[in-house]
Design a protein around this ligand. Structure first.
Ligand SMILES: Cc1cc2nc3c(=O)[nH]c(=O)nc-3n(C[C@H](O)[C@H](O)[C@H](O)COP(=O)(O)OP(=O)(O)OC[C@H]3O[C@@H](n4cnc5c(N)ncnc54)[C@H](O)[C@@H]3O)c2cc1C
Ligand code: FES
Length: 283
């Protein structure tokens, strides 16, 4: 496992440097002057002005994967990609430049290097679905800087539930799937993964995936069938984000539970019983 980057104690205030719309999603940039640079796969608990205002909702901070991070003089620029689906994401999606944001992190276990996922891996296959492309974007940049051969496969429901492709640089290197046939393959991104894993060397593949529970479960089963290895960045309802509430517990394949906020959100596909986590939100 790659070294997890530890969060400074407590929440800290950050300024929003920029906000832009990207398809049906929003990207905003936070300026973190006191935190460390996160590792790909880690997440932050975010809240902003207006938290608790609408009849008390949203009450607790919400979890967001970091989609891009750059350490520059005097701090770290953090990019988050989000879809407004409830009170918290709607407030965050409406933040303008110069607004204030409260942030705790980086939290959780990051992605491992490809050779740690599968010792024979010649490269990595990255699979993202919907808003789950966020941690795949930062991982892709991290691995391509190291010269790791990559295949990137991204899937979306339709145009309204897609965006953030610019986080992946050259889109022609990316295999796209839309369930409604808007672009690329008509169907699921896991159809593209099935094709990518055809051939004798499938068992040597290192697959990384993030997306809705049904997509992650399909990836888990495909990888198991092909004898490959995968890491999945998962979601579960998170009340604290640092191990105190047990709200994020996920069953393990060998019995017992893990707390996804501290033992994940990145897990090996063979260590969990199922990726179909109740209340994970994104469809
Ligand atoms: C580790 C981790 C990383 C995450 N990273 C991201 C990220 O990068 N970007 C991001 O946008 N979200 C991310 N999420 C999900 C986000 O934290 C939750 O969706 C959050 O609960 C939304 O807060 P809310 O107050 O807007 O909605 P809530 O009040 O929490 O939910 C409102 C209702 O909307 C439902 N809902 C949630 N998502 C959807 C959806 N896509 N379509 C339809 N209904 C939905 C919920 O089930 C609930 O019924 C992440 C979650 C985890 C645990
Ligand atoms: S969110 Fe509280 S223990 Fe994981």
């Amino acid at each position: 496992m790659s070294e997890r980057v530890l969060a400074p104690f407590g929440a800290r205030e950050c300024e929003v440097l920029a906000r832009r719309e990207t398809g049906g999603y929003v990207v905003f940039t936070a300026w973190d002057t006191t935190g460390p640079e996160p590792a790909p796969g880690q997440f932050y608990m975010l809240a902003s002005d207006g938290w608790g205002s609408d009849g008390g909702r949203p009450f607790l901070p919400r979890a967001f994967s970091v989609a891009a991070a750059e350490a520059v003089r005097g701090g770290v620029r953090l990019e988050f990609l989000l879809e407004a689906v409830g009170p918290g994401t709607s407030l965050l999606a409406s933040l303008e430049k110069s607004s204030r944001l409260t942030l705790t992190g980086p939290l959780g276990r990051p992605f491992s290097e490809p050779r740690e996922v599968n010792p024979g891996a010649p490269g990595a296959i990255l699979v993202g679905g919907g808003i789950g492309i966020a941690p795949i974007a930062i991982l892709r940049r991290h691995l391509s800087r190291q010269g790791v051969p990559l295949r990137t496969l991204l899937g979306f429901r339709d145009e309204a539930h897609s965006g953030g492709l610019e986080l992946f640089g050259e889109c022609q290197e990316v295999g796209l799937a839309f369930e409604n046939g808007h672009r690329g393959h008509q169907g699921y991104v896991t159809d593209l993964l099935q094709v990518a894993l055809k051939g004798d060397d499938a068992a040597a593949a290192a697959v990384y995936a993030c997306g809705p529970p049904a997509m992650l479960e399909a990836v888990r089963l495909i990888v198991e069938e092909r004898g490959a290895a995968a890491e999945l960045a998962m979601e579960s309802p998170m009340a604290c984000g640092y191990g105190a509430c047990f709200g994020c517990a996920v069953p393990l394949s060998e019995g017992g539970y893990m707390r996804l906020c501290v033992d994940g959100p990145v897990v090996r596909s063979d260590e969990i019983e199922s990726a179909l986590v109740a209340g994970a939100g994104h469809r």
